[in-house]
Design a protein. Structure first.
Length: 185
């Protein structure tokens, strides 16, 4: 096991054990039946993923989405990313791109994040996940950050395809299969 892998595993275990700074007397963050996400639509096609990635600035367009998904494991102890998913220690990240920081309804953000004035885009997410406490020392987020710029780009690309609705005009894989099976399709 490499030193980097060992460090990543240690960070992940520390976050999982400490609950990302969640006080031990805080109420359970388990989703209730009302918060349980409904079955989501069909997974995105490769064309849909490509269309979403094309919306990102150049450094993120060619990122490794699979590696980003693997690195997002560091975030899963505090965040969900599916449509309708519950807030946990951190907010659900569905629809994060283009959203004003600290504005997701129903989540209790630090005053610093509510007043940051940012809108989440690839560049701001990159700075944030590198070191959340650099710009906002009083944030509730205790994550130490992802130091490797390539890993951050990969996570951001993964977030773009996993937290965004399918682009308009792009049919889901199931719809494409149904259309090609139809007479004349």
């Amino acid at each position: 096991m490499s030193l980097g892998s060992t460090m990543a595993a240690a960070v992940f275990m520390s976050l999982a054990v400490c609950g990302c700074g969640k006080p031990s007397n805080a109420p359970s963050q388990q989703p209730s039946m009302a918060e349980t996400p409904s079955p989501s639509a069909a997974p995105l096609s490769e064309a849909q993923k490509s269309a979403l990635l094309a919306q990102l600035p150049a450094p993120y367009r060619s990122a490794d989405v699979s590696n980003g998904e693997a690195k997002f494991a560091l975030c899963r102890s505090c965040h969900t990313n599916s449509e309708g998913g519950p807030d946990m220690v951190g907010p659900n990240l569905w629809g994060v791109f283009g959203r004003k920081a600290g504005s997701k309804p129903g989540f209790s953000y630090s005053d610093d994040l509510k007043n940051a004035g940012w809108t989440w885009d690839a560049s701001q997410l990159d700075k944030w996940i590198a070191s959340p406490r650099t710009d906002l020392p009083n944030t509730k987020m205790t994550f130490v950050g992802i130091q490797d710029p390539k890993d951050r780009a990969d996570v951001i690309a993964y977030l773009k395809v996993s937290t965004s609705p399918a682009p308009a005009g792009e049919a889901a894989p199931a719809a494409n299969a149904a259309n090609s099976a139809a007479p004349g399709g």
